[in-house]
Design a protein. Structure first.
Length: 585
């Protein structure tokens, strides 16, 4: 097996720290991200920690990436090209340095979610065959738990020390790679198969995704992006780290999400004697906007006024909502609260980055639409029954727009599912024009021309018919609070519990979460009469049992117990009918 495991160093063994002015390896690979970093003003801000107010310039960032790269290559004798390097790090400057150091080593960065239980992290590390596991001091114990639980291929383990603030900037030379680039990023996503799949996104696709967003959303060095997102998703990494770094913007981390803290930060530049820079760029999921508006009424009146000024169009130049459908009431309420700032909706997924987006012109932000294919992205609709490519102006006989699966192609598309040739092959469709194959997104949409939108004021890419998402082809994919949940994965864990004989997992509409995960179960004979304190085994028992098996957002919020789950003549469960019959939705 290539890249055999190497012996693990003990957790507290540290690499020798370089003195602040020690001579460093002063080369970075000649790739788009590092070319961009080299061109930025080294004195301009790159990363800010909102609570502590610690800040780091682009000069600091380059110097620390060089140090971290040298450490990685020292530990592995320089053999990292194409290897998976997993890491557990808080949303911080350390995360950015670690990510870039892995890119600089021509390796594949594998961000892990600290919120995942040990079992899920084990699966990801085993499936990816990670050569190295990095952990900041905050997550050292978490990493130790995963390693102690046992892995098929034990990675080298390193606890990264906190990087020194302002460690100094270095002059950098860019050096061409000696072989075709092998690096990039791998993110794990739930799909319709039984286990999450590793999505391999090469360096070229990451650069293409950033280039596309720079053209469409026009990030600039004057932008200050408030980062509220988890960092094991494409949204948090590409939209809110990689692309701002390409542009020379500054990123301000504020995580975990606390609505009162966010309001105070947005308000801060508009209160007396506060030197903080204004936030110009905010990207989040609908759940975040709902929670912000719920908490707004509890703020002191002077904070409310300052916050409303902070989110007005003249200050917050761009507010984006994605990763889940945006309810119309949420959009309307935010527009009213912000004195006219309309949330921009977009469509993306782990495999493709951002693919479709509304435009910067407010006239191009149409309710319920995700807009047009972004620069560099080709999109089409394909009939889910006939596999016919639907012409742009095609409609049903009734005059209603035809719906079909969104299929995409372009340089932004991922390479493959790691170690899963079958899933990769099934996800692409060859093209008769000899071009790149089309990726099947599994999302169904319609298209129509909207009067007053698509004039080209947001760019020539934002013209023609707009896309309107209708839902997923598969009912087994549930989007909740911006997270994607595989119903099959949750069912598998439920059925592993001795108390459950049958299970079906579905999504229920939720104003707060978009959808919430619900389970319909048949209890085993013993569980029906031997629950906690003599009571029948119920929802709280289920949640306790799944706590260490699934991430919290995957655990069903609702459980209904039936004597039998209705099935059709083929023995299959019709989940759409089940939702209506059991939950009345």
């Amino acid at each position: 097996m290539p890249g055999r495991l190497i012996s693990r160093l003990r957790p507290r063994l540290q690499l020798p720290r370089l003195a602040p002015r020690a001579r460093l390896l002063s080369t970075l690979p000649n790739t788009p991200i590092f070319r961009a970093l080299q061109e930025h003003d080294p004195t301009s801000l790159a990363v800010v920690h909102s609570v502590s107010e610690r800040s780091f310039t682009y000069g600091n960032l380059i110097g620390d990436v060089l140090r971290a790269k040298e450490q990685l290559e020292h530990k592995t004798t320089g053999k990292l090209a194409g290897e998976r390097v997993a890491f557990l790090a808080e949303n911080s400057y350390d995360y950015v340095v670690t990510l870039l150091a892995i890119f600089a080593s021509d390796a594949i960065a594998l961000p892990l979610s600290p919120s995942f239980p040990t079992g899920e992290l084990q699966y990801i590390l085993d499936n990816s065959e990670a050569k190295m596991l990095l952990a900041t001091e905050k997550y050292a114990d978490k990493a130790e738990q995963v390693l102690k639980a046992g892995l098929k291929r034990e990675p080298l383990f390193d606890i990264r020390q906190k990087l020194r603030q302002g460690a100094g900037s270095e002059s950098v030379q860019l050096e061409n790679l000696k072989q075709p680039a092998s690096g990039g990023m791998m993110l794990y996503t739930s799909g319709t198969t039984n286990r999450p799949k590793g999505v391999l996104i090469p360096d070229s696709a990451l650069a293409a995704q950033a280039s596309s967003l720079l053209k469409a959303w026009k990030y600039t060095p004057q932008d200050r992006l408030l980062h509220l997102l988890p960092l094991h998703h494409i949204h948090g990494v590409v939209n809110a780290i990689v692309t701002p770094l390409f542009a020379g913007s500054s990123i301000e981390f504020m995580y975990p999400f606390n609505p009162d803290q966010v309001w105070r930060r947005l308000a801060a530049p508009f209160t007396a004697d506060n030197p903080k820079s204004k936030i110009t760029f905010l990207t989040a999921v609908p759940t975040v906007y709902n929670r912000l508006m719920t908490s707004f009424a509890t703020l002191p009146p002077d904070t409310q006024e300052a916050a409303k000024q902070g989110i007005s169009p003249s200050n917050l130049r761009l507010n984006i909502s994605g990763s889940a459908a945006l309810p119309t009431p949420t959009k309307i309420k935010w527009t009213s609260l912000s004195n006219g700032n309309i949330l921009l909706e977009r469509f993306g997924m782990t495999e493709v980055g951002m693919a479709i987006s509304c435009g910067l012109d407010p006239a191009d932000r149409i309710d319920s639409s995700v807009g047009w294919p972004l620069p560099g992205v080709e999109a089409r609709l394909v009939d889910t029954e006939t596999n016919e490519v639907i012409p742009l102006d095609s409609k049903y006989a009734s005059g209603r727009e035809r719906e079909g699966e969104i299929q995409l192609r372009g340089e932004t598309i991922f390479h493959s599912y790691w170690g899963n040739e079958k899933a990769t092959a099934e996800s692409f469709v060859s093209s008769p024009d000899g071009g790149k194959p089309w990726f099947r997104t599994g999302d169904v949409a319609t298209r129509r021309v909207v009067e007053g939108a698509g004039s080209g004021s947001s760019g020539q890419w934002a013209t023609g018919p707009m896309y309107f998402i209708q839902g997923r082809k598969s009912v087994d994919i549930i989007k909740t609070g911006g997270e994607k949940v595989s119903a099959l994965e949750v069912e598998r864990e439920l059925l592993s519990l001795p108390q459950i004989a049958e299970a079906a997992v579905v999504g229920l509409p939720s104003e707060q979460w978009g959808h919430k995960v619900a389970a319909v179960v048949v209890l085993s004979a013993d569980a029906a009469s031997s629950g906690r304190n003599g009571k029948t085994w119920g929802p709280m028992d289920m949640r306790r049992a799944l706590k260490d098996r699934l991430a919290s957002y995957k655990v069903p919020q609702v459980m209904k117990v039936l004597e039998a789950i209705p099935r059709n003549a083929m023995g299959k469960v019709n989940k759409k009918a089940l939702v209506k019959e059991v939950f009345g939705v």
